[in-house]
Design a protein around this ligand. Structure first.
Ligand SMILES: [Zn+2]
Length: 382
């Protein structure tokens, strides 16, 4: 692996990548995936149960006017994000930086956190306000309105995503001809038109790798992170590109969008049922009360975690299928092994994670299971 410049001169030496370090990091990720949603749900329930949410609604004018409701959502979202900031720092930034996964200085990390929080809070505020408006206008016949809000939001996000990723990351044409040559070969072999190859410069922030085929009206754009390019030989790169191309040809992005739409509708259904049943609990005034938003958020979180079990199974299935397609194109299991081992090394993921952990938390199968499935594809057993 090439050595990349650290953003801060005081950056600690990264932890050596040993099986022990990979298992430790896996445990940390599991802790994060369990603890953060639990804290989120507890805080939201406390906020409503203590009468704090109803109090905030009154302090902001009562919630009858749209602006009063928007102010409630703004104060609530910002307050919750700020409450989570120390947790994100202690459980996210610090251990990831100690392990060498993140290269950002604390100040730069805080800047990025602010940027992402602003975008995330704006999106969730849009959902909350939209659904609140629907619940107020049609407390029992909310289905068409909710479907409209969710379709508009997911559609808007999908359209804005290419623009947004260019605001958050420096994305430029590649400097050497190698990437364009290999990408051109793989796309031509598959008979897919390649519009553009781009490199995402993330190595100043992280050592983790990423690759993606972005669909567009004028053809596909292949985006590879500079961290991936730094250490990948030609055959490894060919496998990564063939794998991402498989996701594109299978329209996995659209399938995921469809799944997200269905998940969100299910979450709204769960929230509408609960809010309707709770009536005037803790000073609430029915499902259309803006002070019920923290309860909506808590229901969303619980429903989301339950739905993730299904969604992650779907994503793992897509990964196996993209691996199989890529192997049928390249026939190179050894390149696949080098790619997965390097990703496991760089991302500090456990190559032999237990089936239970995988089912509960992971959207990618373990390296060991992917390689076994890949070998079966090449020997004609799958
Ligand atoms: Zn994939």
């Amino acid at each position: 692996m090439t050595t990349l410049p650290q953003t801060a001169p005081t950056a600690p030496a990264p932890t050596a990548v040993t099986p022990e370090a990979q298992r430790d990091h896996q445990r940390l990720k599991t802790t994060r995936a369990t603890l953060l949603p639990l804290v989120n749900v507890t805080l939201n329930l406390l906020l409503v149960g203590s009468g704090g949410a109803a109090g905030l609604r009154e302090a902001l004018g009562g919630g009858d006017a749209f602006l009063e409701r928007a102010a409630f959502v703004g104060v609530y979202s910002l307050g919750l994000s700020l409450t989570f900031l120390p947790l994100s720092y202690a459980l996210g930034y610090l251990p990831d930086r100690r392990a060498g996964l993140l290269r950002l200085s604390p100040g730069k990390w805080l800047g990025k956190w602010g940027q992402r929080t602003l975008i995330g809070d704006t999106v969730s505020a849009g959902i909350y306000l939209g659904l609140n408006t629907v619940f107020r206008a049609a407390p029992t016949a909310w289905l068409p309105g909710a479907a409209g809000v969710i379709t508009a939001l997911l559609g808007g996000l999908a359209l804005a995503q290419p623009w947004l990723s260019r605001r958050l990351t420096r994305i430029e044409p590649p400097k050497d001809a190698r990437v364009e040559r290999i990408a051109g070969e793989v796309f031509a072999q598959a008979g897919v038109r390649l519009r553009q190859v781009s490199v995402a410069h993330v190595s100043g922030d992280t050592r983790m790798s990423n690759a993606f085929v972005q669909p567009g009206p004028r053809g596909a754009e292949l985006i590879l992170s500079d961290t991936l390019l730094a250490g990948a030989d030609d055959d490894a790169l060919r496998f990564v590109i063939a794998h991402e191309l498989a996701h594109f040809r299978r329209r996995d992005l659209w399938r995921l969008l469809g799944w997200q739409w269905l998940s969100l509708m299910t979450m709204v259904g769960a929230a509408a049922t609960l809010l309707g049943a709770l009536g005037g609990w803790a000073g609430l005034q029915g499902a259309g009360d803006i002070a019920a938003i923290p309860l909506l958020a808590a229901t969303f979180m619980v429903a989301q975690k339950a739905l993730d079990l299904l969604g992650n199974a779907l994503k793992r299935h897509m990964e196996y299928r993209a691996d199989a397609d890529a192997l049928r194109l390249t026939g190179d299991l050894d390149a696949m092994r080098r790619v997965l081992e390097r990703l496991g090394h760089d991302n500090l993921s456990d190559p032999n994670v237990s089936r239970l952990t995988e089912v509960l938390f992971h959207d990618h199968p373990s390296t060991a299971r992917r390689l076994a499935a890949g070998a079966a594809v090449l020997t004609g057993r799958a």
